[in-house]
Design a protein around this ligand. Structure first.
Ligand code: NAD
Ligand code: MG
Length: 393
C-alpha cells in the first residue's frame, strides 16, 4: 500500500490522478488533497477518498470546507496556506507526492517533497525551469525517486536505458527528440495570430488541460519549458534536445541512439497513462486509457517547428543557454503574460514581446540558493506587470 499526497488535486492532472487511484484501492491510499480555492470539488474528493488532510490556499475557502466537513462527520483535518502545503508534502507517513500545482506557486511544496526524500511524481514543470539545479541536487542528496509525469518526459524516461544515470554519451544516446502537437494555432497564418482569443487558445486539438498550460501550448512556450525540463531531468545540453512537431500526439517523444536506433513511446493522448506508469513504476497497472488503434490513426506526420510564428520556443532556448536566473525570468514573465492574455489585457502576440522585454530588462544572476530564484521571480513579475500596464489593449 502506497500513501499519497496529491498537490493540486482539483486540477486537470489532479483529477486524472484520482481517477487512476480509484481503480486501485488495494494499492494506493490518499493521505492529503490540496487546492487553491475550489472547496466544493475538494469536498467531493474528500468524501470519495477520505484523506487525513485537506489544504486550501485560500482562507475563506478553507473555512467553508471545514464547516462542510464538520457537518458530514468526516475525519479530515482542514488547513490553509503555503506552510500547510509543505507539511502535507513531507509527512512521514507519505510515500509519494503528485506535484500538480500549476506555476511557480508549486515550487515550495514540490522542492520540500524532494528534500524529504519522497517519491516525487513531477507534473509541475515550472519547478525545474525555476530551480532545476537546486531541485535535482535535493533529489540526489535525499535519495528521492523522481518520476516525470509530463507526457514527453515520461516517454523519454521510458525510452532511455532503465539504468540511465544522466550521461547521454556513455549510454549511447545521441539526441532527445521532444515531440510537440503544434497546438491549436499550428496552421494559423501569422497575421491572424494577433487577434486570437483566450477561448481559441484554450481549445487544444488533442489534450484537455488547465488554462495556463493550454495557452503555453498555443504559444509553444510549453515546449520551451519542456526543453528546459528535459535538460534538468536527463542532463541533456540544449543542442541535444530537438523539438519535432507531430500533430497527431501519438508518439509522446523519442530517444535517438548512436547506432541509428530511435526508441519511442506511443499511446493515446491521455495523461492517465504517464500517471499510472509513475504511480506503479517499475510495475504496470491499468489506467483506464483505451488501447491505441493504429488503423484508425493510419499515419504519423512530422515537421520542424516554425520559429518565426512561435518565438517563445527560441526565447526558452536562449534562457536555457544563458542559465543562472534567466529561466526563472522567462517563467515569471510568461506567467504574468498568460494571465494578462486570459484576462484580455494583452494580445496573444504580446506574450513573447513581454517575455523578451523582461529578459532584457532584468539582469541575470547566478543561482546559489533558493532566495536567488525567488528574487529573480519577483523582479521579473514587477517588470512584467509594468509592461502590461504600458501595453494594455
Ligand atoms: P490546472 O490549472 O488544471 O490545476 C492546477 C491545480 O493547482 C488546481 O488544483 C489548483 O487548485 C491548484 N493551484 C493553482 N494555483 C495554486 C496556488 N497558487 N497555490 C496552491 N494551489 C494552486 O493545471 P493542470 O493542467 O492540472 O497542470 C498542473 C501542472 O501540471 C502544471 O505545472 C502543468 O504544466 C503540468 N502539466 C499538465 C498537463 C496536463 O495535461 N494538464 C500535462 C503535463 C504537465
Ligand atoms: Mg507535455
Amino acid at each position: 500500500m502506497q500513501n499519497i499526497t496529491v498537490l493540486g488535486s482539483t486540477g486537470s492532472i489532479g483529477k486524472s490522478t484520482l481517477d487512476v487511484v480509484a481503480r486501485h484501492p488495494d494499492r494506493y491510499r490518499i493521505i492529503a488533497l490540496t487546492a487553491n480555492r475550489q472547496d466544493e470539488l475538494l469536498f467531493e474528493q474528500c468524501r470519495q477518498f477520505r484523506p487525513h488532510f485537506a489544504v486550501l490556499l485560500d482562507e475563506a475557502a478553507a473555512e467553508r470546507l471545514r464547516k462542510r466537513i464538520a457537518a458530514t462527520g468526516l475525519d479530515v483535518e482542514v488547513s490553509c496556506g503555503n506552510d500547510a502545503l509543505v507539511k502535507v508534502a513531507t509527512l512521514p507517513e507519505v510515500d509519494a507526492v503528485m506535484a500538480a500545482i500549476v506555476g511557480a506557486a508549486g515550487m515550495r511544496p514540490t522542492l520540500a517533497a524532494a528534500e524529504a526524500g519522497k517519491k516525487v511524481l513531477l507534473a509541475n514543470k515550472e519547478t525545474l525551469v525555476l530551480a532545476g539545479h537546486l531541485f535535482m541536487d535535493a533529489v540526489r542528496r535525499s535519495g528521492a525517486v523522481l518520476l516525470p509525469i509530463d507526457s514527453e518526459h515520461n516517454a523519454i524516461f521510458q525510452s532511455l536505458p532503465h539504468d540511465y544515470a544522466g550521461n547521454m554519451m556513455s549510454s549511447g544516446v545521441s539526441k532527445i527528440l521532444l515531440t510537440a502537437s503544434g497546438g491549436p494555432f499550428r496552421n494559423t497564418p501569422a497575421p491572424e495570430l494577433q487577434n486570437v482569443t483566450p477561448e481559441q487558445a484554450c481549445a487544444h486539438p488533442n489534450w484537455s488541460m488547465g488554462r495556463k498550460i493550454s495557452v503555453d501550448s498555443a504559444s509553444m512556450m510549453n515546449k520551451g519549458l519542456e526543453v528546459i525540463e528535459a535538460h534538468w531531468l536527463f542532463n541533456a545540453a540544449a543542442d541535444d534536445i530537438q523539438v519535432v512537431v507531430h500533430p497527431q500526439s501519438v508518439i509522446h517523444s523519442m530517444v535517438q541512439y548512436v547506432d541509428g536506433s530511435v526508441i519511442a513511446q506511443l499511446g493515446n493522448p491521455d495523461m492517465r497513462t504517464p500517471i499510472a506508469y509513475a504511480l506503479a513504476w517499475p510495475e504496470r497497472i491499468v489506467s483506464g486509457v483505451a488501447p491505441l488503434d493504429l488503423f484508425a490513426i493510419a499515419k504519423l506526420d512530422f515537421v520542424a517547428p516554425d520559429l518565426d510564428r512561435f518565438p517563445c520556443l527560441t526565447l526558452a532556448y536562449q534562457a536555457l543557454r544563458a542559465g543562472g536566473t534567466v529561466p526563472a525570468l522567462l517563467n515569471a514573465a510568461n506567467e504574468v503574460a498568460v494571465d494578462a492574455f486570459l484576462n484580455r489585457r494583452i494580445a496573444f502576440l504580446d506574450i513573447p514581446r513581454l517575455i523578451a522585454s523582461v529578459m532584457e530588462a532584468v539582469p541575470r544572476a547566478e543561482v546559489r540558493r533558493l532566495q536567488d530564484v525567488l528574487d529573480a521571480d519577483a523582479a521579473a513579475r514587477i517588470a512584467a506587470q509594468a509592461w502590461v500596464g504600458q501595453n494594455t489593449k
